[in-house]
Structure formats: C-alpha cells, structure tokens
Write a protein that binds this ligand. Sequence first.
Ligand SMILES: C[S@@+](CC[C@H](N)C(=O)[O-])C[C@H]1O[C@@H](n2cnc3c(N)ncnc32)[C@H](O)[C@@H]1O
Length: 251
Amino acid sequence: MRKPRRLAPDELAPYEWHPPRRFSRWGVGELRGKGQGARGEADPPGSDLPLAPCPSPLDWAALFGNAHPVEVEVGMGKGLFLVTQAAARPGANFFGIEVVRKYQLYAATRVAVRQLPNVKTTCADAKALFRDFIAPGSVAAVHVLFPDPWWKARHKKRRVFTPEFAADIARSLPVGGELHVASDVAEYFGVMTGILRAMPAFRELTAETTAEGGYETNFERKARAQGTPVGRARYARTAEAVTVAPDPAAG
Ligand SMILES: C[S@@+](CC[C@H](N)C(=O)[O-])C[C@H]1O[C@@H](n2cnc3c(N)ncnc32)[C@H](O)[C@@H]1O
C-alpha cells in the first residue's frame, strides 16, 4: 500500500471519531475466531471487555457542528468515495467506518490533507456501530461499496452484509432515506439484492450490472481495469416495518 503523507495526531483529530474506550472495534465478538480479529489480526488490547453501554446514540449535529444530513459509508477502505463525495457535496456530512486501522488512518489522512470539514472517520466494526450507536432514522443515506466477499465457504459468515445488518441499516434511515450497494462479485451482489428485495422496508430504485464505466472507489477501479462487471443497486426506505429477511447462507 502506498504510504500517505504522515500527519500528526492533532492534524488528524478533527477528522476522527473514537468509540468509547471500552468498546472493541470488533464489537461483541461475533466476527471473531479464537483470539483473532475478522481479518486474522491479533485482537486489540482490551477487546475481551464487554461492550460499554451507550446511553446516548451518536449526536450528529454535535459531531459535525451543523444539522446537515449525514451519509454513512461502511468499509470505506482508503476513502476515495468518501473524499470525492464530501468535496462535491459540502451540504452533506459523511461518516466513514472502517474496521482496519491502517485503512482508516489512510482515509483520515486523505480527508485531512484536503481539509474537508464535512467528514469524520472511525475505526470500528460497522455492524456493532449501527446496532449500538446509530439512532433510528438519523442517517440520510448508507453506502456499502465492494464489501469483502470472504470467498471460502467457511468464512462467508464474516461478511458484513447479513439480513440483520440490512435490518439495522433500515432502522437507521428515515422514510425516503437511501441505501446504495455495489460489488464486483456477482454472487455477493445477488445475496445483497436478494436480502433487500425480501424486505418491505426497502423499495428498489435501480439495479444494474455493467461491464464498462467509471469508478467511485479503489476496488471499483481495480474491477474496471480487469473488465469485471460491477453490480450496483439503490434502495429507498419505505414506511413499512423493518423485518429480517431469510438468511441466504442458511439455505
Ligand atoms: C473490499 S474492501 C472495499 C473498500 C472500499 N469500499 C472500496 O470499494 O475501495 C472492504 C473494506 O471493508 C472493510 N470492512 C470489512 N468488514 C468491516 C466491518 N465489519 N466494519 C467496517 N469495515 C469493514 C475492510 O477492512 C475493507 O477495507
């Protein structure tokens, strides 16, 4: 990975949000194997501590210093989508969640170099954050772009996009709020769209798979360069109750 310019912690601080100290970035452990994080890294110190109770969900207006709508990116990697969107749309706030610290730092550095006041990044497990820190109806849009496919059958349970996670995303959106998913793995794209189509809480706006086009993220750039088709779909939150779709992994 190309090293980004190294910034001092106080230069990065305005662009980072840290979960409370006793909160493990791996959440309460459902992603973990024995003593290891989801990506085979050693557990961070203190990760066996119980999840701290969160009496007050994230206060976006306090965090960003304004009441602009908030969009959340799950697994922003090196942050290309985050910085491009934030620079193009200063009237929206962007919150990027990335579970691997070196990528979160990379993205935060990109944001800091551009001094984008409408971006915060955090190193955390997105599933745990949605479950415990993101208030119902508090987010205008969620982007899940090129999530890790975890190719091996026995690793698929580590995928971020599950029926429960889709339900937590639905709860975070007001009616009319949008969810945007993309993947260059046809099977995983089918799983995501299958889950979302089974949820009355979502209405499909667009869904297409294209072999040609530009790119919005680093992984999309790689897929385009290899000629791999990319699936992309957008959903709007309906007024229907949130339900948990059948688990495609179970069938
Ligand atoms: C395949 S990469 C895609 C990165 C970026 N979205 C892109 O398209 O270039 C998936 C990213 O999601 C992150 N990730 C995986 N599981 C996560 C989780 N539970 N919470 C937050 N980030 C996660 C990974 O560390 C990785 O950086």
